[in-house]
Design a protein around this ligand. Structure first.
Ligand code: ADP
Length: 484
């Protein structure tokens, strides 16, 4: 079934705009939705609508804002099976992942609903007798949220929920590939009673509407998740205009398998990190650094999983790995597989498109050996189900290889040695560290973000989210002198 997908600005669905089609990556001939893309003028209207709605929204008591988020969570929970299915139809991750991600968005909405009851400031002892000195967190104003396609409901939820909970108005531009999931999240919030203009959805191309959302005078802050090139360019434009910017960018995340690791556990977790969601996670595992004595044993196990996990239609319940999201991604990943071969890489598993699965954008889970630390497939983000193996002679060499990257989002180590686990947690340059767990898979109540080129600005999620979506106001409240 095909649906009509439009932007939502100032409390109204907006008709008109350039036509585009939302397609199923498992069967690209299937059109999931007919989209009307917004132009720059509509994007500017969305910012104006948010600016107009902001004063009343910030004046609403925070717990009342929380009630709306909680109601939206309940509605999304009731709809999770349908929303998750639509997410799978337009993005390509498995149905279990699509529904799981939708339920994660529910949890995030509930969590930030709860945060509206938390203390919003601090009192301080003053040097002046009788003075009441306090500092309070206030919203920043209009926030532009620009989101990617790989977590089409969880990432928007973890930006939009705190933005709204803390009293901001939002203009949201989801990635062009996932408009249907975006409409579902917006609809839950609208059905829960969000006032017109408080959240505006702009469906459109980054190149057409991006500049307005980043540079418009009424926008105070931009929260972005996506590629390094787009993120850095946007950051420059926004900071020139004095706006607050938060970026979550790429990763080239290592998993280090030490000689004392449980190899079955390590292989299972590395396969999950590298191949689930077809490797299209910024926290996916893409470099696997293995201590020499266990290289062969680990490699055999990982290859068995790569070849054993079912690649196929993500709506089928036994599928573990679905298609890549688009023809562009398919080209990027197949180009990297060619590069790996030219660099002398040896494909231990996969290494090509699964042409037998028809028109879908399927890449076989791939394990590459015999590539050096300076090869492009070891240095650059691929965003596909591809793991490169690197042998290490010792722990010291392993940590040196793991840190030999410009990125720093997440990292795993597999060991039963407490001392080495602590050393790794201490020495690795990464914002998220996992011991005996895959590098992907994060919880919403803790800070999330990376080091080096992976992130910029304050952390997302958990209580850390408040840092970005609010600003301090410090109040010196003195008395009028008592007169006799
Ligand atoms: P990805 O590799 O995840 O597609 P992108 O950085 O291309 O990463 O996209 C992330 C988000 O940024 C998407 O919503 C995309 O439409 C948006 N985007 C792309 N170009 C621009 C731009 N020039 N200005 C603002 N947003 C943009």
């Amino acid at each position: 079934m095909t649906v009509e997908l439009r932007s939502y600005v100032g409390g109204k669905w907006q008709v008109g705009g350039r036509a585009a089609q939302d397609r199923n990556p498992a069967r690209p001939s299937e059109v999931v939705g007919d989209v009307q893309h917004a132009d720059a003028r509509l994007a500017a209207q969305a910012v104006d609508a948010a600016a107009a709605a902001f004063p009343a929204w910030r004046s609403l008591p925070a717990p009342a804002r929380g009630d709306i988020l909680r109601k939206a969570a309940d509605l999304l929970d009731q709809r999770a099976a349908d929303v998750g299915r639509d997410l799978t139809r337009e993005e390509g991750k498995t149905l279990a992942e699509g529904i799981g991600e939708t339920r994660r968005a529910v949890q995030i909405l509930r969590y930030f609903a709860g945060q509206t009851l938390e203390p919003d400031g601090q009192t301080y002892p003053s040097h002046t007798p009788g003075l009441f000195l306090y500092a309070r967190r206030e919203p920043i104003g209009v926030v532009s949220a620009i989101t990617p396609w790989n977590f089409p409901i969880a990432i928007p939820a973890w930006k939009i929920a705190p933005a709204l909970a803390y009293g901001n108005a939002v203009v949201w531009k989801p990635a062009e590939l996932v408009p249907l999931t975006a409409v579902h999240l917006l609809q839950a919030l609208v059905d829960a009673g969000l006032p017109a203009g408080v959240l505006n959805l702009v469906l459109g191309r980054g190149s057409e509407v991006g500049d307005v959302l980043v540079t418009h005078a009424a926008v105070h802050a931009i929260t972005f998740t996506g590629s390094n090139s787009v993120g850095r360019a946007l950051q420059q434009k926004a900071t020139e205009k004095g706006k607050k910017v938060q970026l979550e960018l790429g990763g080239k995340n290592p998993a280090v398998v030490l000689a004392d690791a449980d190899l079955d556990q390590a292989a299972e977790q590395v396969a999950r990190g590298a191949f689930l969601s077809a490797g299209q996670k910024c926290t996916a595992t893409s470099r696997v650094i293995v201590e020499a004595p266990v290289l062969r044993g680990f490699q055999e196990r990982l290859v068995a999983l790569a070849e054993g996990w079912k690649l196929g239609d993500p709506l089928e319940s036994d599928t573990r790995v679905g298609p890549l999201v688009s023809a562009d991604q398919l080209k990027t990943v197949t180009d990297y597989l060619d590069i790996a071969v030219h660099e002398g890489g040896h494909m231990l598993a996969g290494g090509s498109r699964a042409a037998e699965l028809g028109e879908g954008f399927y890449i076989k889970p791939t394990v590459i050996a015999n590539v050096g630390p300076d090869s492009r497939v070891v240095r650059e983000e691929i965003f596909g189900p591809v793991a490169a193996l690197l042998p290490a002679a010792s722990y010291d060499e392993a940590i040196q290889l793991a840190n030999d990257t410009l990125y720093g989002l997440s990292a795993s180590v597999f060991t039963n040695d407490l001392t080495r686990a602590f050393r790794f947690a201490d020495e690795i340059h990464a914002g998220v560290v996992k011991v005996n767990q895959e590098s992907a898979g994060i919880e919403f109540q803790v800070p999330f973000g990376g080091m080096q080129e992976s992130s910029s600005g304050s952390r997302e999620q958990g209580k850390a989210a408040r840092e970005f979506f609010t600003q301090w106001k410090t109040v010196y409240m003195d008395r009028v002198p008592a007169r006799a």
